[in-house]
Design a protein. Sequence first.
Length: 495
Amino acid sequence: MSLRRALSASVRRLGGDERGVISAFNLFLTVACCAVGAAAVDVTHFYAAQTQLQVGADLAAHAALYTRRYGRYEGGTYYALTDDQAKTAAVDAVQHGMPTQVYGTVVAGADIVLGRLNFETGQVIADAANPEAAQVLTHRAGANPVGSFLFRIVGIDSMNVNTSAVFSLGPGECRMDQGFFSQTQVAINGGNTFYPGFCIGTPKFWVRNQNSFRPGMTTLIPNGSGLDLSGSDVDKHNPGLMQSVQYGALDLATTLNLVNNDNHSLNTNLQHFQSHDYARWLLTQPDWTQVVTDLTRTNPITVTSNKATFRPGDLATNTVHVIRCPSDKSSIVLRDSSSADTFRNIVILTNCPVSFDGDVKLEDMVLSSTYIDKNSASITAPSSRNGLTIGKNDNCAPGGGAALITRGRFDAAAKVNFYGAQIRAGTEVDFQSNATGQGVSIIAGDRVRTNSNAEMQVCGPTRGRCRGTCPSGSSGSERHPFPCRGGAPGTLTTT
């Protein structure tokens, strides 16, 4: 047999020999199984690590925002925290559940951003003066990635896993220093615009057509039956309304008890503040105390005619003015003059009905009236060219606000401007068209109503009159009649 024929026969025998084929097949099958196993085991492992990191991110964001916003209480004393201190507290909270020696550096202070939430992009813009949102990025990267098991076969030894979390005060939480709040009903007609951060809290919300509710605005009602709508297409006629709805309730009783003089424990102080509990409480807050310095009282002024008129120059500044009406037929008028139109750095306590005449402006001022009559308003602002201006139009700079307090009704016939303004009414608040607001808080025992063309915007937490620490001895569970940083933001009960 020639060599050629021998080789040919050997090749034919080798080609037909199936011994050992299973080993080669098993090799490919093993690789395929490992790939499938990697998808099951390693991917599950990565998702588990991501879930752990997500919990850490949620914890860090919540802890950072809460401690920055509400501070720390120790031994009955409130301590405000800076951004850096709040971030440190958040990192400590994460490391308590995810120790560094096990998980590595999951979150650091540099991974936390405190500031304002852009509701359009979902990103938090750093703003130390307005800590209303927190964003956190957690990571297991660098020297501490998540190791793989079966993916090592294809050269993937580890994988970096990142998560993020954003917590915000709104929408979902109503700040009672930014919005309309009623114990019965808020009613609006058409052409009104409510901007991010503004809140409407009421058992019943009566709303007509052509209003705009911008993303980030909150409507807080107990349940769906609290909406009284006009028209069948709410998204067309009132865009953004349904997206703004949150279910819950705000407890306004503490504030209204002070307005109605139902909290008699405060009446042990200066005699001329008796019957004006809310005004006295407000003026003890840090910012008001700084504005109305060396607070003194003039001799009480008694109205001797049916109507007494006061202009800005008639009332001394940094002074409490007690004005008394001997009968229900007497009243007082606050009027602008050719030389001045601003009542500034004064307090007026009265039992008289009060009206404004002309383009009056109120800055760093408190007006409190105990007058109440079911047939007439306690504080009235008739029509004028530019309207009544409550607070200083200063783009939300500290100071300059004003408060109107009455056990009865506040009624503005036409244009009214709110800038860092508080309205507290035992019964109703009613203002007509063309109202503008930037940092307004209206709390009423009865209906709050606006007609048309109102534009309501908000300021950051520095705009409200309670910007510093809470009253001495406050605690995290205490309800304050006007929310402040560090104090309870009203009593919010969600359902």
